[in-house]
Design a protein around this ligand. Sequence first.
Ligand code: SF4
Ligand code: SF4
Length: 332
Amino acid sequence: MRFPLSLYVSMTRYLLLMKWKGIERFPLVLMLEPTHRCNLTCAGCGRIREYQSTLGKEMSLEECLHSVDEAGTPVVTVTGGEPLLYSHAPSLVKELLKRRKHVYFCTNGLLLEEALPKFHPNTRFTWNVHFDGTEAVHDAIIGKPGGFQKAASGVQAAKRQGFRVSTNTTVYRETEISDLETLFTQLTDFGVDGILVAPGFSYEDVTGEVFLTRAEIIEKFRHIRKWQNRFPIISNPIYLDFLSGDRHFQCTPWGNPTRNPQGWKSPCYLITDTHYPAYGEFMEETDWDYYVSGRDPRCEQCMVHCGYEPTVVRRMNGRDLLRMIRWNLHVR
Ligand code: SF4
Ligand code: SF4
């Protein structure tokens, strides 16, 4: 199975509860960024640039848990920055698991192997390690020779110790399809449980032509989509149809809300108009109809998973559901 059964059970229960309560706009995954501090300066990273003046700030453990309770999502993605630099990372994961959350812990992998003794394998806990290409390509993007080997060694150690491990690859304009194919073969050989792949996001604070237009995304993902049964790709197949230009969706910007040391980031993971101190205020004050319409010029080229994967869940019909079940059960 590509995802553990417990994740489907939690998600289905949550969706039924929202329906029963008559709540129309609700989040699915909380993007929790307890710190933006990082030990890398990747070329395409918007976070370390947008939050340059507050990189030293971090959320307290209580603030993190309060935000998790406010959002109430069954899944929490702990990200950043490099969340292994967050002072309370092991306690945060422990508390999230106590709350029966499914936790995806995103890391660049540099500190992974050393951090493993502070964590425990759990079907609800997955390391999500960043790889943007084969060794030379990845090291050039992250600006650190040896970075690939360090992360790869962390992944293999985590697998040996019984952890669930997925990987996350961002596709940029310069990304070669053949390089991705080699990378995914390597990651599959490492025994990773899943490979996430998504187009790079066009952050306002990142200069340079590294990001793809919608037309370029469609061209690259028409190749990538064909690998779903060859590699353990866990990017949603219907979202991959959207990235390949075969489905058309509107964004669901409240689907994966972002909470960071500045507050609740509005309107979405990608663009920032303001931050709200409380989740209720964020949901009430953001002009959702405007962002769903796609009229904002910053939305023009956007196909980001945080905006469109929740739409897949909202718009799923019976045929899509059967396809998702078959896809999840698929054993290569
Ligand atoms: S590892 Fe992540 S947070 Fe750090 S610079 Fe790279 S993309 Fe940004
Ligand atoms: S389309 Fe993209 S940039 Fe616009 S609101 Fe949705 S996620 Fe944000």
